[in-house]
Design a protein around this ligand. Structure first.
Ligand code: NI
Ligand code: MN
Length: 226
């Protein structure tokens, strides 16, 4: 399984010939190396309805005939825009032909802001556990620190955890380092930093805070293979 990072919260997973994109915010993402009109995806997984996570989902999904998986309120909203969806919700898992997805809780918001200055309720924010080929990836979405991350760590053998470190909207480096301890992931990759001024962080300061020294900073376009 090949897992690459593309700035902000954009993560791409390649497994068994399928390409899965998480939170494909490309247009307006000054850090990404991807191009919205070129990126390939068979599946798009969304953690919540905020514009910096839904991003280019509708365009990418339509061009690739990709399946969009997210919480059911968000996928209902997106299905009205003509994309194929599979709605789920927190605590539920589903075995797809490309892997297993389970949504976890996240403490955050999840509204989509339209071009008409309207807020569309998109359900609860989530984190996501993705498993295939005997490996499990946890993408925390946007969230503050919560003690049930220990439960997520106890119930799942996490190979790679993607944790927000930007502060202001999500956990900052100290809380994310504490989260890493609760999750007991083999490798921890920082996300959701440096895209906007309020979330400016040094990812290497975060990896130094990790007691297990299991952090891995991925620059946009870099990948790990597990
Ligand atoms: Ni958000
Ligand atoms: Mn965000």
């Amino acid at each position: 399984m090949k897992i690459s990072y593309h700035g902000h919260s954009v993560v791409q997973i390649q497994t068994n010939g399928k390409t899965i994109l998480i939170d494909p915010f490309i247009t307006g993402n000054s850090l990404t190396d991807l191009k919205a009109d070129e990126v390939k995806a068979d599946v798009i997984i969304l953690t919540h309805g905020h514009n910096d996570h839904v991003g280019d989902t509708v365009e990418i999904a339509k061009r690739n005939d990709a399946l969009v998986v997210g919480n059911a309120d968000l996928t209902t909203f997106l299905s009205w825009q003509g994309v194929k969806t599979h709605g789920m919700n927190i605590g539920g898992a589903y075995q797809f032909d490309f892997g297993k997805i389970k949504f976890t809780q996240a403490f955050h918001g999840s509204a989509f802001a339209t071009n008409n200055n309207e807020i569309v309720y998109c359900g609860m924010p989530t984190g996501v556990l993705f498993s295939n080929e005997g490996k499990t990836i946890y993408h925390a979405g946007d969230t503050g620190l919560f003690s049930d991350m220990k439960l997520i760590g106890d119930r799942n053998q996490i190979d790679v955890a993607f944790l927000p470190i930007g502060d202001n909207f999500t956990m900052g480096p100290e809380d994310a380092a504490y989260a890493a301890k609760l999750l007991q992931a083999k490798t921890v990759v920082p996300i959701h930093y440096n895209t906007f001024p309020p979330i400016k962080q040094d990812p290497y300061r975060f990896t130094e805070l990790l007691v297990d020294k299991n952090g891995k900073v991925l620059n946009p376009g870099e990948f790990i293979e597990i």
